[in-house]
Ligand binder design. Structure first.
Ligand SMILES: N[C@@H](CCC(=O)N[C@@H](CS)C(=O)NCC(=O)O)C(=O)O
Length: 243
């Protein structure tokens, strides 16, 4: 039995849902509310020492890191395959995941200014200091401090936008041979990019996911959104009326 601890808007959670749905695997959904800091509760930290979502529980054992979880799922449930066969291409796939993981800070600049900022800026200094104590990483402590007290500037958002558009440039080049990021088929490398492209397209730089600027990325994006698993994974709009 599988339980996915996740968030509907979380990019890393979206990857795992895409993978589960591609494979037609059923799972129990447990939504972790980041605005209530549920991901830093002692119980959650026991299953995810990094204090982030998602975490997959499979037969009572927890696994964290979305890229790792997707590979684990593909190894455990090989049909349909989501990794290329050739070792070199598998290496390339892992490097894509690693590269995109490294860009998460740029997405946070845009994502957290919506509902999380609204909540965090209302915390008193004492509340903020208390919450900081249960955040395991310095990097994320800094991210929460920023959102609570020193929101990112327009200049910082511009720099983050540039780095995310550079991801599209890199994808445009990689997509040339087959239309997929690695090998000749949809893989976990593509899945890793989906939540990022979704956010770039809907808010961060919509004009960049287009026939004019990145034609291969635009074609890839259209094909991905038409996959039945994409609809089932529930990758809805990031900003909703309740945010
Ligand atoms: N590399 C991790 C990143 C996980 C991650 O950063 N998750 C975000 C949501 S997309 C999170 O839990 N953020 C909450 C926080 O940093 O406090 C993965 O791929 O699983």
């Amino acid at each position: 039995m599988m339980v996915l601890h996740h968030g509907w808007r979380s990019s890393a959670s979206r990857r795992v849902r895409l993978c589960l749905e591609e494979k037609g695997l059923s799972y129990q959904s447990h939504v972790v509310d980041m605005a209530k800091m549920e991901h830093h509760s002692p119980d959650y930290l026991k299953i995810n020492p990094l204090g982030v979502i998602p975490t997959l529980m499979h037969d009572g054992r927890p696994l964290h890191e979305s890229g790792t979880i997707c590979e684990y799922l593909d190894e455990s449930f090989p049909d349909p395959p989501l990794r290329p066969d050739a070792p070199y291409e598998r290496g390339e796939m892992r490097n894509w995941i690693r590269h995109i993981d490294g860009l998460i800070g740029n997405l946070i600049v845009f994502n957290w200014r919506h509902h999380l900022q609204k909540v965090a800026k209302q915390w008193s200094d004492e509340e903020l200091a208390e919450k900081m104590k249960s955040i395991p990483s310095r990097e994320r402590q800094e991210a929460w401090l920023r959102v609570a007290r020193k929101p990112h500037t327009e200049e910082e958002r511009g720099a983050a936008r540039t780095r995310l558009v550079q991801l599209l440039d890199k994808m445009e080049e990689a997509l040339a041979p087959s239309g997929w990021l690695v090998g000749k088929a949809y893989s976990i490398a593509d899945i890793a990019a989906v939540p990022f492209v979704k956010r770039v397209e809907e808010e961060i730089a919509p004009d960049q996911v287009s026939e004019k600027t990145h034609p291969r990325v635009a074609a890839w994006w259209a094909i991905i959104q038409a996959r039945p698993a994409f609809a089932r994974a529930n990758i809805g709009p990031f900003v909703t009326t309740d945010s």
